[in-house]
Design a protein around this ligand. Structure first.
Ligand SMILES: [Zn+2]
Length: 143
């Protein structure tokens, strides 16, 4: 149920809380063979699955033969980079630079944070429960 094709059909916001938490737990789907390739002259450029290990947010659609961003697929509304959230990315030639560009985009950072916080209902409680010493050390750290 964490497959891109499934999530494109069943939007994350329409899922039950239980299913949402399960999608988050499963994380991005990393199909072994996505068959994304590109011919450049005589050379065939194929997608290297090692990218999945390097970029935790990267996921791919088998049906579309395209790459997606997991947090943007889940939380990206109409704004942001639809290439990574709706249509899929296919241009392997510029993959490296486009990945770097997407990672630093505001919409991606926002969606990644939403995913990180999703389901952590106890965060506020935990923060109020911190002792004075812990608060001091945290605030000291960020000074
Ligand atoms: Zn993203």
């Amino acid at each position: 149920m964490n497959e891109v094709d499934h999530l494109l059909e069943h939007r994350f916001e329409t899922l039950s809380l239980e299913d949402k938490l399960e999608v988050k737990r499963l994380g991005p789907h990393h199909p072994r063979d996505i068959g994304i390739s590109q011919t450049a002259g005589k050379n065939i450029r194929a997608f290297n699955v090692e990218w999945f290990a390097k970029k935790k947010w990267l996921t791919a659609s088998i049906q579309k033969k395209a790459l997606f961003c997991f947090p943007c697929l889940l939380f990206g509304g109409s704004g942001g980079e639809v290439t990574w959230s709706r249509t899929g990315y296919k241009d392997l030639k510029h993959l490296s630079e486009r990945i770097t560009k997407h990672e630093s985009s505001n919409s991606h950072l926002d969606n990644a944070m939403k995913l990180g916080l999703f389901g952590r209902v106890n965060v506020a409680v935990q923060i109020t429960a911190l002792t004075g010493a812990a608060v001091m050390s945290i605030t000291g750290k960020w000074r």
